[in-house]
Structure formats: structure tokens, C-alpha cells
Design a protein around this ligand. Structure first.
Ligand code: SF4
Length: 489
């Protein structure tokens, strides 16, 4: 089933583009609106749907028809209330001044533009989108994808006057959504590969992104050649292109200024901009450390790097991993500790592309510190994991809990085992009893220098039937140890 609509009123005229007639309001004030299940009419993508995606491509002017909306598959009125459905959104743009580099930034704008529509919630990006809209919006007349297309065309054209033509295709036919997802993955890989050609030291400036401040007001992504924005959608090249087109927009230049520490990724210029954009709530960031003044996270991150204190190692989990991770926590329970624009030492919201960076967690031990990750994500980035450690990092197939993980790491002689030995030797030298004699469980948060934890509410990940919740706490410590009071029987 194919429907083609031409929104002639949205063709670019010398007088500009007129706002389309629309059954609900469109505007920035609707950003951040949540659509809970009882209010929902139905949803596209999300956890219950395997295939979903959104993609923006630049085209030659003759290849697309301006203001055309195509629906491949059933329209909204043909879908049953309460269901979860696959969806692909393809936005094709053209214009004399439109460069390929802008694709990633325009694609990320889909998140914001769809959230501008009253009664609509859009979450995540690329292959992981989730769109819900309310019964109320449907009742008011938001009952066709044609209307979504009109809103997008209008918002793109008014926000980016260099776009002479915009064409939008919605795929709702499950077969076509799946077919086009494979092609979209190739486009994203190519974009990410291009961004890998540079190192931080090759460039004079980094870029900031504050697109997510409507959800996390103190959050700013620092985008460098070696660290893609946490959503995985905005590389250094994308941010540069966006800032060239709209220097006062959400992507802007950050002069690096004096380098404080290259390995940790501390720059005076970055800290200065960060203090200003976070309204003073973040003073300094180590772009590459997850322990010392880590990069903040908004909520759109593709994955989380999380500390496993019992083994002094780091786990990595991606958003699509639905099971409990090896520490007994799921992605969503850890996301609560990671998001909100606060610095949470031990939790770092990351782009999957950042796993491919040669600076990935460098000051914390890099790949030698990573001890567990889901098999799916390990397979996807295996060519970027150093060969000498790749087989030693456990997946859910090797270890389901910390005891199994410890055994696996020991058997495989993972570099973390050496770290444990060195820590034991240090303790012996300092006259401390070895861990197994001192207590049943010892959680030790290591830090090179000082660690500051600053958070409104933080629940520490624990095992063994107890919970630690810190509220409005500011903790400064060189070392933290939590020991059981009772001895093992
Ligand atoms: S996650 Fe970061 S890079 Fe991505 S849109 Fe949000 S602020 Fe920008």
C-alpha cells in the first residue's frame, strides 16, 4: 500500500514557507512531554518492536520532489489502538549549499522536531527510535502520517533555509522497514568511519552540543574527534557542519585553550564553556575518565560504561540489552544513575562509536579495565578491541554473575588479575589484612588523586540484599571502603 501526498503549500516561495494548518500545536514548549501508557493511542518502535529507524540523506536537487510525503504501508487510521508497530522515517533534502556533512545533524533534529508536536513523544535515535502519541492528539485529528510529514517539512525548512527541497517517506510495512534498516546501517557505518580519520590533537577546536538541555538542563556534550556525542548521532564533523550553518544554534565551537591533561582530556577552554553552559553546576570535565570529573550524560546515550567495584573492573552495556547485566542491574536501572546532566563517577553514558576510539577510558586503564559486555555489542565492535584482551572480556555466555565472572577472568588471565595482585601487594606493604581475611565483601572505589561525587540522589549499585541511597550529597574522598559489619558464618 503506497500513498503519495504533495503538500504544495509547503513548497518554498519567495515569501517563505507558511505554517501548515495543523490539528494540534507545534512548538518548543512541547519538548520534554512524556506520553505514559494510559495516555497513549499507540506507539512506533520502542522495546516491543524489533525494527525501527530514522535517517536523513542529502540528494541532488533533481532526485527528490519538494514537500512530497510518501507513506509505504498502513497509515495511522489503519493501525489498531494500543499496538506497537515498526517504523522507518527517511528524510531526503537538497539545496545548492547543502553538504553531506550535515546529514547527522539534520537526523538528530528529528528528535526535537517530533517532540515539538503537542501530544507526541520521541526518544533515542538511528536504529532505536520510540515514538508515542496521545489519545487526545489522535482525537483532535492527528490521524495520518501525512500530518507528521507536513510538520517535519515545515520545521526543517524554517530552521534550515539552505534546504531548498525536503521529501519525507514513512515506512510502516514491516518488510520494507526491515529491508531499509540494513541500508541505513551502511550509511551510519560510513559516517562513523569518516569521523575516525582524525585525532583530538589534529584539530584546534572542539564542539559543544546542548540539544538535550530541555531534558537535562546542565548537560553539554563535548564533541571531539575522539569522542562522539553520547547519542552516537553527532560526530566532530557533524558538529562542525552544524555550527557553520548556524553558529548561534545548539552546536558551537569550543576553543581548546591550554591543555591541562591530554590523556584525561582536560582543557581549560572546555571547562570554561562547560561552567557557562551548565550554569555553574559542572566545573570541570575529564573527557576520557569515568571516575574523575566524568563527562555528564543527558539520557539519550547509546550505552553505559559502569564500574564493577567488587572486581575493580568496568562493564559496558547497550540500550538494546534487555537482560540483567553481570552485576544484577539492567540498563534502565543504571540509566537512572547515569542521566540528568550530573557527573556520576562510575557511570558514563557513551556512544557505541566511542568504544572504537583510541582514547576510550584511557586514564582508567582503557580496554584492560573492561571485563564484561554483551556478546552482541562485542561482536559489533570486535575489530576495535585490542587483540590481546578481546578474548579475555566475558559476555553473558561466559559469566552470568560476579562469581562466574571472577572465575572466567582468572582462567583467561585478563589484565585485571594483575591489577588485583598489585592491589594485594600494596595492601600487604601497607600492613593491611588481605581482603578475604578482613571481611566478606570489600567495595573499594579507586582513584588516582581525589574523587568528588556530587549528585542530588544516587543509589549505589550493590549486591547482597542492601541498598545505599545518597541524597543531596557532596562527597570528597581519596578512597572509599564499604565493609560488612558481620563476619561470614
Ligand atoms: S546526546 Fe549530546 S550530542 Fe547528542 S543531541 Fe544530546 S547533547 Fe547533542
Amino acid at each position: 500500500m503506497r500513498k503519495v501526498c504533495d503538500a504544495n503549500e509547503l513548497r518554498t516561495l519567495p515569501s517563505g514557507v507558511k505554517k501548515p494548518e495543523f490539528p494540534v500545536d507545534i512548538g518548543e514548549m512541547h519538548e520534554g512531554e512524556r506520553v505514559r501508557k494510559p495516555q497513549m493511542y499507540f506507539e512506533f518502535g520502542g522495546l516491543k518492536t524489533e525494527t525501527k529507524w530514522e535517517l536523513v540523506r542529502t540528494r541532488n536537487t533533481d532526485d527528490i520532489k519538494d514537500a512530497r510525503i510518501i507513506i509505504e504501508g498502513p497509515d495511522l487510521s489503519e493501525l489498531k489502538e494500543g499496538g506497537s508497530y515498526p517504523l522507518g522515517i527517511l528524510v531526503e533534502v537538497a539545496g545548492g549549499k547543502v553538504e553531506k556533512d550535515i546529514e547527522g545533524v539534520l537526523e538528530r533534529r528529528l528528535h526535537y522536531f517530533l517532540n515539538y508536536i503537542e501530544g507526541v513523544m520521541h526518544v533515542n535515535q538511528r536504529y532505536d527510535i520510540w515514538i508515542r502519541f496521545t489519545k487526545e492528539a489522535y482525537k483532535q485529528g492527528l490521524n495520518s502520517l501525512e500530518l507528521f510529514g507536513k510538520a517535519l517539512i515545515w520545521l526543517y525548512k524554517t530552521s534550515f533555509p539552505i534546504l531548498e527541497k525536503v521529501q519525507v517517506t514513512f515506512y510502516t510495512d514491516p518488510k520494507q522497514v526491515a529491508e531499509h534498516l540494513d541500508a541505513a546501517r551502511k550509511v551510519w557505518s560510513k559516517r562513523d568511519e569518516h569521523a575516525r580519520s582524525l585525532m583530538d590533537e589534529d584539530v584546534k577546536e572542539f564542539y559543544g552540543c546542548i540539544m538535550c538541555q530541555s531534558f537535562a538542563p546542565s548537560h553539554m556534550c563535548v564533541i571531539t574527534p575522539n569522542r562522539t556525542g553520547s547519542c552516537g548521532s553527532i560526530s566532530w564533523f557533524d558538529a562542525r557542519a552544524a555550527s557553520n550553518i548556524d553558529p548561534n544554534g545548539p552546536n558551537f565551537v569550543i576553543e581548546k585553550g591550554n591543555v591541562v591533561d591530554t590523556e584525561k582530556g582536560i582543557y581549560e577552554g572546555v571547562d570554561k564553556v562547560l561552567q557557562e553552559k551548565s550554569l555553574g553546576s559542572v566545573q570541570s570535565v575529564s573527557i576520557y575518565s569515568m571516575f574523575e570529573n566524568p563527562h555528564t550524560s543527558c539520557g539519550c546515550f547509546e550505552g553505559i560504561a559502569f564500574y564493577i567495584p567488587e572486581l575493580d573492573g568496568v562493564g559496558v552495556v547497550h540500550r538494546d540489552y534487555r537482560e540483567e547485566t553481570v552485576n544484577g542491574l539492567t540498563f534502565s536501572s543504571m540509566a537512572a544513575n547515569t542521566s540528568g546532566g550530573i557527573q556520576s563517577p562510575g557511570f558514563n553514558g557513551i556512544a557505541i562509536e566511542y568504544l572504537r576510539s583510541s582514547r576510550f577510558l584511557k586514564p582508567d586503564g582503557g580496554w584492560n579495565r573492561v571485563i564484561w559486555m554483551p556478546a552482541d555489542i562485542k561482536e559489533r565492535i570486535k575489530d576495535s578491541i585490542p587483540a590481546e584482551v578481546a578474548d579475555k572480556i566475558a559476555t553473558e555466555a561466559d559469566a552470568k554473575n560476579l562469581a562466574e565472572l571472577k572465575e572466567y577472568l582468572t582462567q583467561k588471565e585478563h589484565p585485571i588479575v594483575q591489577r588485583w595482585s598489585e592491589q594485594e601487594a600494596d595492601k600487604a606493604e601497607a600492613g593491611e589484612a588481605p581482603a578475604e581475611e578482613a571481611a566478606e565483601t570489600t567495595i573499594q572505589i579507586p582513584s588516582e588523586g581525589e574523587m568528588v561525587i556530587q549528585t542530588p540522589t544516587l543509589q549505589l549499585p550493590t549486591t547482597g540484599g542492601f541498598k545505599i541511597i545518597l541524597k543531596n550529597a557532596k562527597i570528597t574522598a581519596e578512597k572509599v571502603k564499604i565493609k560488612r559489619l558481620e563476619k561470614k558464618k
